[in-house]
Design a protein around this ligand. Sequence first.
Ligand SMILES: Nc1ncnc2c1ncn2[C@@H]1O[C@H](COP(=O)(O)OP(=O)(O)OP(=O)(O)O)[C@@H](O)[C@H]1O
Ligand SMILES: [Mg+2]
Length: 357
Amino acid sequence: MIRSLSFYNFRNLSDLTFQPSEKINILWGKNAQGKTNIMEGIWLFCGCKSFRGAGDKEMIRFGEKEAQLFCSFTDEKDEREAKITITDRRRAFLDGEALSSPVRLMGQFSAVVFSPAHLTLIKNGPGERRKFLDTALCQLYPVYAGMLSRYYKALHQRNSLLRDLPYHHELSDTLDAWDQLLANAAVRVLKARKKYALLLENAAQEIYEGISGGEIFHCSYRQSASEDDFVNALVQNREQDLRRKSTGVGPHRDDLQITIGGKSARSFASQGQQRSAALALKMAEAKILFEQTGAFPVILLDDVMSELDESRQNYILNHIENKQVFITCCDPNTVQKAKEGRFFHIENGKLTEKKEK
Ligand SMILES: Nc1ncnc2c1ncn2[C@@H]1O[C@H](COP(=O)(O)OP(=O)(O)OP(=O)(O)O)[C@@H](O)[C@H]1O
Ligand SMILES: [Mg+2]
């Protein structure tokens, strides 16, 4: 939970300090005042890059050389002090000690972010959903990152063999060995993803049904080859793979299929349904992180209310009690129904506590 935040020369936030509520924090104000910048600044304390895909230098205030961000937060027992500086690169410090890389903040402070950019989770192709599963799994089990990179390494090696084979027939015997190696790595990734997809379905189903007032949500892992007989699937697909010079089955071709009322959310859901589904997946990610690690991540909801009708908004506002949440919006009226919320008005990078327009 965040106790205090200070940002200096971070985007348009030249000098901003505030002590957020332990519960709901509503950051409101007109367009282009700095609301998303605050969310982006908080997110950096997870050890990740900007969720907007911005390069580090872009986040330094125009005309300045360095941005500084401070965050004091509590984990299960202790109060921790984290600091991030951005110059030619991003550096992180924890309790006064320089960390070897900002990634080291991962696991110390955790947050889940939802912004309009995350609608691609529903709208885009399978790659986006695989990335969601992989990122969530990396936060949960750091060893998963190694499993994933071993799989992709084996995949690239098999693919380059497929490209070389027409010119080097003597290599054809080695394909069996590569298939076995790829299969071993694939099975680990598949098992982890399927296990996570089940947790996700349970958690997201309940949240989605709540937000929508009873619509039926499902998500399930769609695999191109089963972990029980992966080598066989590769062998059966071999001729096609040799023709295409790439591997046609495996975790890199899989998807997380999302349906609402039995129909594909990507193809048929409305804007509000897609937004609700992406939000349910993100909230489910937070719930799973809590169930598995005991610490509830800070929830960052950027611009989540637009396109949602009043009943959906109310459900969201009143079902995130006992968690620390930051919500941005333009009109404070849309969030007046939040119980226990504190309201912060943002104008030209400055923050004042205030509820009314
Ligand atoms: N490096 C920077 N230095 C100074 N200002 C910046 C920098 N990067 C972005 N800005 C400015 O920050 C302003 C606020 O951006 P932000 O995305 O936080 O707005 P917002 O309050 O979320 O608006 P909206 O309601 O439209 O989403 C923008 O006008 C932008 O020009
Ligand atoms: Mg914004």
